[in-house]
Ligand binder design. Structure first.
Ligand code: PMV
Length: 329
């Protein structure tokens, strides 16, 4: 009853910010992301005669809220499989945890795939996406490969709210995301608490919701047509609109640091010169830069020269979450 899975992180081109059902993790809006090869979580789950559920992350024992979330997720799997054994879980990230790099997405996707298998369940991609969603909304987009739309869904039970493939990684192999790491500490406000506070207090929130469906249509079609300018412009604007709702939350949620802002200015200047790329940020100060493969060397060089940029990671359209043979313990 032991299984190991690897799941990639995903970076949203059209963002998710706000839930209509916090228990089932149902979103107020649809979102669309790229599964990113190069940023992944590997997780081993074993159900057995243990006294309690335990979790290690990057080799260190984890307790408290994070462990509670994992136990809650294991309970879902135990319920589905009709087992009551405790679990030993070990997880490793290939990138800084909880600094706005979608570690919860790859984390819950890897946990879902490994735990389902270890519990003897045979779930398809849609079911695994729904299960992952219950752990962290954006994890629903880390199960599939390439470009994935998380359907908002209409049903109260959430069975129509899952990650659906828009295009395979092979469809647009030249698409790249350069992640510029500007800080390595844990973020101050987790997305879960942040989005619920935004819904309660930001006067911009409704405006955000009203414009997402049109942005989704443009980016979905832009990906199909491989229209880089259309996808980039719309994704950049969509991300800024989400941050407008964050900044206008009471108390304000400001994830950017001075380096984040320096990169935004630089990208706009480079674009004016003809070097085309677009930026997006999530619940943290890192900047994700969309570009085409041909421009990666120049952009990476320039990004690394910006004071405050600690590291850059190149991500390309990634493969789906998968089971692997090499366990972590
Ligand atoms: O699923 P969560 O709770 O990690 O929320 C993700 C929210 C953003 O990363 C800010 C946007 C997104 O769609 O990924």
């Amino acid at each position: 009853m032991k299984a190991t899975a690897i799941a990639n992180a995903n970076i949203a081109l059209i963002k998710y910010w706000g839930k209509r059902d916090a228990d089932l993790m149902l979103p107020n809006n649809g979102s669309l992301s790229m599964t990113v090869d190069g940023l992944h979580t590997k997780t081993t789950v074993e159900f057995g005669d243990f006294e309690a559920d335990t979790l290690t992350m990057n080799g260190e024992s984890v307790e408290g809220k994070e462990l509670d979330q994992v136990i809650k997720h294991l309970d879902l799997v135990r319920g589905m499989a009709n087992i009551n054994k405790k679990a030993k879980v070990a997880s490793e990230n290939s990138f800084p945890t909880a600094a706005g790099l979608a570690s919860s997405a790859s984390g819950f996707a890897a946990l879902s795939v490994a735990a389902a298998k270890a519990a003897g369940l045979d779930l398809d991609e849609k079911q695994l996406s729904i299960l992952s969603r219950r752990g962290s909304g954006s994890a629903s987009r880390s199960v599939g490969a390439g470009f994935i739309e998380w359907l908002k869904g209409e049903q109260a039970d959430g069975d129509d709210s899952y990650g659906k493939q828009v295009a395979t990684p092979d469809h647009w192999p030249a698409f790249r995301m350069i992640v510029a790491i500007t800080a390595t500490g844990e973020k101050k406000i987790k997305s879960r608490a942040g989005m619920s506070q935004t819904i309660k207090t930001s006067p911009m929130y409704q405006g955000w919701l009203d414009t997402v469906p049109a942005d989704l249509d443009v980016v979905r079609q832009g990906i199909r047509d491989k229209d880089f300018t259309k996808v980039g412009e719309t994704a950049e604007r969509n991300g800024l609109k989400m941050h407008a709702t964050m900044i206008t939350t009471i108390p304000t949620i400001l994830y950017w640091n001075p380096t984040t802002i320096a990169i935004m200015h630089a990208i706009q200047d480079w674009r004016d010169e003809g070097l085309e790329s677009y930026f997006t940020m999530d619940a943290g100060p890192q900047v994700k830069v969309f570009c085409l493969e041909k421009d990666v060397p120049e952009l990476q060089k320039r990004l690394q020269e910006i004071p405050g940029v600690r590291e850059t990671i190149i991500g390309k359209p990634g493969q789906a979450a998968r089971l692997v043979e090499e366990h972590l313990f």
